[in-house]
Design a protein around this ligand. Sequence first.
Ligand SMILES: [Zn+2]
Length: 213
Amino acid sequence: MNEDALRAEIIATAIRMNECGINRGKSGNVSARTQAGFLITPTGLTYQSLLHEDIVAITFAGEASGLRLPSSEWRFHRDIYVARPDAGAIVHAHSSFATSLACLGRDIPAFHYMVAVAGGKDIRCAPYATFGTQDLSDIALAALSGRRACLLANHGMIALGGSLEASLALAIEVEALAEQYWRALQIGVPNVLSDAEMNIVLEKFKSYGQRAG
Ligand SMILES: [Zn+2]
């Protein structure tokens, strides 16, 4: 895909992120990998108003170019692209249920087999660090170890995938799981699937191309 088409897809993904209810206002951000680094949504502009030239290009070394300032969270996007060759795109959202759990500092355990969609037996919650800092980037990367998604304490969530479509789909899935876990917690202690069962599920997900119904 050429860079102009990628800019269009980033804008469409950011708009879709809000339309589908996993983000509100300008709090989230979206990026996609390029040859030299990545493209990311700018800070402070509504997604609906974004033009191709508003999308900011950043190199793997962290040098930004463009008309706008990049999202304040560009550091963790950069560090994820450098550390994770499987990351072709990243969606960061302040979705309500994932963020609510993150405000309690709670991981999402294997209360449902679909937790495996994020790549492992749980979806971790990274400890709190101030937005935009290297500290936040470091703890997010640690929480993403062996996973394609994590929660960020008192903040939100990150989902990554091979494409913008895959990243957004995962973010939607993580928010659905967070809502289900939240609701189950209202009336009791959810049963957590065993490690042995989750090993079976993770194996099946590999052969289903990471998507199962
Ligand atoms: Zn954020």
